[in-house]
Design a protein around this ligand. Structure first.
Ligand SMILES: Cc1ncc(COP(=O)(O)O)c(C=O)c1O
Length: 390
């Protein structure tokens, strides 16, 4: 029962928890009882942080690099990130536009505070990473959801964007590749969105946290086609540093000073040890490890997608990146939460219901994460097989 002595801000009533956390709690309870659970619910790589990064952290600790850093991050790391954009996208990004943040989550917090006022509207695809909607709601603004389907790669097209825009709309937030769908925006789509935003004087924010973890040759950054976009990225996924809480944002030139001021106020600086450790994330030795891991993810993706298809799940034609398969379960159930609960309770397979990611056909979808070993994926498919036979 709600305790009337507790006084929350009005916005809190609108912020929703992740259902995946309940799945994880239930899975832990089963494991505590000695059950073997196949985890396909977790959105983080099962690989631990690569050795060169660990070595960097040890060196940083031994040389006492334990103090706050400058708010936008250590300049060596910002330069390494600029070098990464030059090599990977052939983009020259001035280091002052790059700010190091406590994860992409810190970056989103900063950008939300910088760009959104109470009563504003932000266009967001449905389904999308749930925090995007929640960040908007925390600021007493309104997520304006654009329903997207498998046939359009779960990404909004320009016609939909134009139709969804309302008088209070101030920007659009996208993710490419997306969580929960692993599908990316094409270069021409990004170009159109950039042009539309510019002519309507709206901001574009693209969450590119899954860049690097890609299974197609070209996943463009919005910055290749629209220099005035806001980009959110992270060391969590491709670089395998989830627990270090380290990410970055790239902001247009005119926003640099305000972004720095907000970084000082919101978190003073990202973790110093994590920043010094991440300097090694761009070494050849580290990249070799990340590429091996990407290959392992690609094998898992091929296995899982073909098995899910033959079981009767309807999935995107191509998963471009990340480590998710967003699957239509309508052949088996009209209630994703019930489907996930039963799959976990009766067959010990943990997946996430679509209702975590939005409303549009959410009860008809579930998310599989291939963030577990091939052996466990095989076991998961075996269990799914027997679950669906009943
Ligand atoms: C699309 C998306 N953005 C941001 C985040 C947050 O990542 P970080 O660990 O960098 O805070 C996640 C985490 O799963 C994500 O899927």
């Amino acid at each position: 029962m709600r305790n009337s002595k507790l006084k929350f801000s009005k916005a809190m009533a609108k912020v929703s928890p992740f259902r995946v956390m309940t799945v994880m709690d239930q899975a832990s309870a089963l494991e505590a009882n000695g059950e073997k659970v196949v985890h396909m619910e977790v959105g983080e790589p099962d690989f631990t942080t690569a050795q060169p990064i660990l070595n960097g952290a040890k060196e940083a600790l031994n040389s006492g690099k334990t103090q706050y850093t400058l708010a936008p991050g250590i300049s060596e790391l910002r330069e390494k990130i600029a070098g990464h954009y030059l090599r990977k996208y052939n983009l020259k990004i001035s280091t002052k536009r790059i700010l190091i943040t406590p994860g992409a989550s810190g970056g989103l917090t900063l950008l939300a505070n910088m760009l959104v006022s109470p009563g504003d509207g932000i266009l967001i695809p449905d389904p999308a990473y749930p925090c995007l909607r929640n960040f908007v709601r925390m600021l007493s603004a309104e997520p304006q959801l654009i329903p997207v389907d498998r046939v359009q790669n779960f990404q909004p097209n320009l016609t939909q964007i134009i139709q969804a825009k309302e008088r209070n709309t101030v920007g659009i937030w996208l993710a490419s590749p997306s969580n929960p769908t692993g599908t990316a925006l094409r270069r021409d789509e990004l170009t159109q969105i950039g042009q539309w935003a510019e002519s309507n004087q709206l901001h574009v924010l693209v969450d590119e946290i899954y860049h690097g973890l890609q299974y197609v040759a070209d996943i463009p950054s919005i910055l290749e086609v629209y220099n005035d976009a806001f980009v959110v990225s992270s060391f969590s996924k491709y670089f395998g540093m989830t627990g270090w809480r380290l990410g970055w944002i790239i902001v247009p030139e005119g926003y640099v000073e305000t972004a720095e001021m907000l970084a000082q106020n919101l978190f003073i600086s990202a973790s110093s040890i994590a920043q010094f450790a991440a300097l090694n994330a761009f070494s050849n030795e580290a990249i070799e490890i990340f590429e091996e891991r990407r290959n392992a993810f690609q094998l898992r993706k091929s296995f899982l997608t073909s098995e899910l298809k033959s079981l009767g799940f309807v999935i995107p034609d191509e998963i471009h990146g990340a480590f998710y398969v967003y699957a239509d379960i309508s052949k088996f159930s009209q209630d994703a939460e019930l489907f996930c609960n039963r799959l976990l309770a009766e067959h010990k397979v943990a997946i996430t219901p679509g209702t975590d990611f939005g409303q549009h056909k959410a009860r008809q979808h579930v998310r599989f994460a291939f963030t577990t070993s091939m052996k466990d994926l095989e076991l998961g498919i075996e269990r799914l097989n027997s679950a669906l036979k009943i």
